[in-house]
Design a protein around this ligand. Structure first.
Ligand SMILES: NC(=O)c1ccc[n+]([C@@H]2O[C@H](COP(=O)([O-])OP(=O)(O)OC[C@H]3O[C@@H](n4cnc5c(N)ncnc54)[C@H](OP(=O)(O)O)[C@@H]3O)[C@@H](O)[C@H]2O)c1
Length: 348
């Protein structure tokens, strides 16, 4: 039996979802993968980093979080106020990074990831900031230290997109990708297709927890831009900057535009796309990257993906078009992406 020690930084919706999954799947991991996984360290921003050499009991951690008690009240632990200091002082095989996405400078996640990779830990992350702004640098750092950095959960949560393209489609040449990569905007556009107004649907999405109080990152397309940058780096090996992705959100889409599209047998969707452009001599040159609302014919597999569901279509030389549809958010769903990546790290 292989024993794997995990540290988890970020114990919110995703961190707790992952922990829940780890607890529920403990026996399955032993049976199917011969893996005994223990969580030895956990951190949040309010209480810092706690560590227990022999492992932390997940139910106790979840109870502390649910009852609002500090993680540091867990008995018999060592703790550090600064998670980076804690990370530097402990031994773990894999860091699971699930702190908030920051698309300005990728902090605090990027520092956690650099530190862990530098110490020879594998890293799996759901955090879009470091993946969108610094994937190439961080993957090079991982290679330098002979460990893996995996980011499945950053695009479409646990729906396997990155591993499907990078591993399942090995050897195929990807020419273009198109995707519905933001559930909030897809929920809004789907509801508007039933005749409702943008403002009314947004308020409904906020009430149901599908949209943030400040919905800018979703409705203006920044979240989809981040995922486009991640796919650009991981699928095409190109590090684009955010300004290199042409961006248009959905705030100016009117009920009339949606109705006109419906009358013409089309659906308006916020589409993130990456497409290799060819020179006159047929050689590939630039990568066209954009996030924009587009009217799609109903024959397009993306046109019928409704509600908070996400989808991606990949065009490759050997497979024509492959489409993957699945959830793109949620604690357990994103936890699944992290869990798959942890298992993949142990197979290295
Ligand atoms: N939610 C989803 O469905 C989803 C899907 C895909 C990807 N993601 C990504 O996953 C990440 C986590 O999302 P979430 O929904 O779990 O967010 P969340 O509920 O806000 O949780 C964030 C956690 O990170 C902790 N944290 C913040 N700053 C920290 C720091 N400097 N050091 C240590 N811990 C820190 C917070 O501490 P406190 O508890 O003390 O506030 C909290 O526990 C984000 O990057 C998000 O974009 C989320």
């Amino acid at each position: 039996m292989k024993h794997i020690r995990l540290a988890l930084i970020g114990f919110g919706v995703v961190g707790q979802g992952f922990a829940r999954l780890l607890s529920a799947k403990r026996n399955l991991l032993k049976q199917l993968y011969d893996l005994d996984v223990s969580l030895v360290g956990v951190a949040n921003s309010r209480h810092g980093f706690i560590y227990r050499e022999d492992g932390l009991d997940i139910q106790t951690l979840l109870e502390l979080a649910e009852t609002g008690r500090p993680l540091t009240s867990y008995p018999g632990i060592t703790s550090w106020e600064n998670p980076l200091e804690g990370l530097g002082a402990i031994y773990a095989d894999v860091l699971v990074e699930a702190t908030p996405t920051n698309l300005r400078d990728a902090e605090p996640g990027i520092s956690h990831i650099r530190k862990a990779l530098g110490q020879g830990m594998h890293v799996v992350t759901a955090n879009k900031g470091p993946a969108a702004l610094a994937a190439t640098e961080l993957l090079a750092l991982a290679r330098q230290h002979n460990v893996q950095l995996r980011m499945e959960a950053t695009v479409m949560a646990g729906t396997p997109v990155i591993s499907t393209i990078r591993e399942g489609m090995s050897g195929a040449q990807v020419r273009a990708i198109r995707g519905i990569l933001n559930g909030t905007t897809n929920y809004i556009l789907s509801a508007m297709a039933t005749g409702r107004d943008y403002a009314e649907v947004l308020a409904d999405a906020q009430a149901q927890g599908y949209a943030e109080t400040d919905p800018t990152a979703d409705v203006e397309g920044y979240d989809a831009v981040a995922k486009t940058l991640i796919l650009s780096a991981l699928v095409f090996g190109r590090s684009l900057k955010p300004h290199q992705v042409a961006r248009q959100g959905i705030t100016n889409i009117t009920r009339e535009q949606i109705q006109r599209a419906t009358d013409q047998g089309q659906r308006i969707k916020l589409i993130a796309s990456l497409r290799l452009l060819s020179n006159n001599d047929g050689k590939e040159s630039a990568l066209d990257a954009r996030v924009e609302p587009l009217a799609l014919p109903l024959s397009d597999p993306l046109a019928r993906v409704d509600g908070v569901m996400n989808a991606i279509s990949v065009q490759a030389d050997t497979l024509s078009e492959v489409t993957i549809i699945g959830p793109g958010a949620g604690g357990i769903q994103t936890g699944q992406g992290l869990l798959a990546d942890v298992i993949a790290c142990t197979k290295a």
